[in-house]
Design a protein around this ligand. Structure first.
Ligand SMILES: [Zn+2]
Length: 468
């Protein structure tokens, strides 16, 4: 495929995707720092990358997707001290919870999930190279990257170094040559975890972790680096600086990564999600009330570079859209499809994905297919549309449930008597045959009072319980 276009933060343009090696596409997305439950904002980069990887796997022969676990970080150290739990116990617990949550959102696990603590020798190696290339210096037990030594610093974020420094309100540490210099290695004291290094006992800076893990698992340069927009500066800017610094490449940031893909963030009813506003929504809690597919659909319903206002309305909208698609599948439940022989999704859907993952266009196309599936009378046509709907949903990771189960058809809460309902439906059918519509309507109201909604379909009347 030669018309996949992707918005590259590095150039600020939508570009035609030209892989480093078209026989093997390589992608890296920053994974979670594991010291707490993952919130719904953490799910967006994972779901966007999942969609991208599913699409690339459909159009290229080989794709390797890597997303890491940050299991050493000051936030982790703080949490472990506060909770009095050993660091590895804490990180293992929350890594497992994160992976389970992602599974519930139908995110396919990455091909590799490297852990930062398994890559300390690689990090030390990158630091050594940066020192050798005069990009980094040692000061009071720290190793710092010298941002003035790297002329391309600021290209990704579009920040001018001097503006950046002039506007800096943070007190500058005495061991830094310039306020913008960032830590590659820092000393560990007391109970802080650490490793031996040529610069003393210490631990790596966070930015360095992703440079080491991505290079070790993918080699550089690789094709696409993903993450939330909040990571553009300083995290990704610093990754470029130290990775290019390690190979002494000053002018071309693409010596590390060719395309940078950043997803926009979530708002909570117009406000940023934050601890201080007490509006953090954990995936685990949301899953108690919403199916993982609803959460996935909510996050996919807007283009990945648009912010999402995440609230109960957006969740209900997503649920309604899925209900509609499931109803279309239900309308054709008697048509058997061999999933192994299923064709590639229609070209309109592929084109929409190829246009910088335009999910709004994708769902508009899926909507058209679902409508045709419901309204078409011809069995062959119906089969064709059902195949199309299944192939698209398989590609984008939705509609994995049984339609009857999803819609709650012919299933009741334990306090509703299903024999009574079936009996009333039969009575209503007889009334309708007798053209006694008043009685039929009365029975419908009676059912509604019992918490049951009915729908007349070509295959007879179906019913479901309405949650009150
Ligand atoms: Zn990262």
């Amino acid at each position: 495929m030669d018309n996949f276009r992707i918005y590259n933060t590095l150039t600020g343009k939508k570009e035609i995707f030209k892989p480093v090696n078209e026989n093997h596409i390589r992608i890296y997305t920053c994974g979670p720092t594991v010291y707490n439950y993952a919130h719904i904002g953490n799910a967006r980069p994972a779901i966007v990358s999942d969609l991208l990887v599913r699409f690339l796997k459909a159009i290229y022969p080989k794709v390797t997707y890597v997303s890491n676990i940050t299991d050493i970080d000051d936030k982790i150290i703080d949490a472990s001290e506060k909770l009095n739990i050993p660091i590895d116990e804490l990180t293992t617990k929350y890594k497992n919870i994160y992976n389970e949550d992602m599974m519930s959102l139908n995110v396919i696990p990455p091909d590799f999930q490297p852990h930062a603590t398994d890559h300390i020798p690689e990090m030390i190696e990158i630091i050594k190279k940066n020192i050798r290339n005069n990009k980094a210096y040692v000061s009071s037990g720290h190793v710092l990257f010298d941002v003035k030594s790297y002329p391309s610093y600021g290209l990704l974020s579009g920040r001018n170094q001097d503006d950046q420094l002039a506007g800096s309100r943070v007190e500058v540490a005495s061991y830094k040559k310039n306020p913008g210099d960032f830590v590659l290695w820092k000393p560990s004291t007391g109970t802080q975890p650490g490793w031996d290094s040529p610069w003393g006992y210490g631990r790596p800076g966070w930015h360095l972790e992703c440079s080491a893990m991505s290079e070790k698992s993918l080699g550089i340069p690789f094709d696409i680096h993903g993450g939330g927009m909040d990571l553009i500066f300083p995290h990704h800017e610093n990754e470029i600086a130290q990775s290019c610094g390690s190979c002494n490449e000053n002018a071309n940031p693409k010596a590390y990564v060719k395309y940078w893909l950043h997803n926009s963030l979530l708002n909570m009813d117009g406000e940023k999600m934050s601890k201080s506003l007490n509006n953090i929504l954990y995936i685990r809690d949301l899953l108690k009330d919403y199916d993982g597919e609803v959460l996935r659909m909510t996050l996919l319903s807007a283009h990945y570079r648009q912010p999402i206002n995440f609230n109960s309305e957006s969740l209900i909208n997503a649920k309604n859209i899925l209900d509609k698609f499931y109803r279309a599948l239900l309308s054709s439940k008697n048509i058997k499809i061999n999933m192994k022989k299923i064709e590639f999704p229609p070209i309109e859907v592929i084109d929409a994905l190829a246009d910088d993952l335009n999910t709004s266009k994708v769902f508009a196309e899926v909507n058209k297919i679902a409508k045709k599936l419901i309204t078409s009378k011809d069995k062959n046509q119906k089969k064709k549309y059902k195949e199309q709907l299944l192939s698209v949903s398989h590609l984008i990771g939705i509609l994995r449930k049984d339609p009857e189960e999803w819609l709650g058809i012919n299933k009741v809460d334990s306090d509703i008597d299903s024999d009574l309902i079936e009996g009333l439906i039969k009575e209503r059918e007889l009334a309708r045959i007798d053209k006694n519509y008043t009685e039929a309507d009365e029975i419908r109201s009676k059912l509604a009072n019992l918490g049951v909604e009915i729908e007349d379909t070509p295959d007879g009347t179906i019913w479901k319980s309405i949650k009150k």
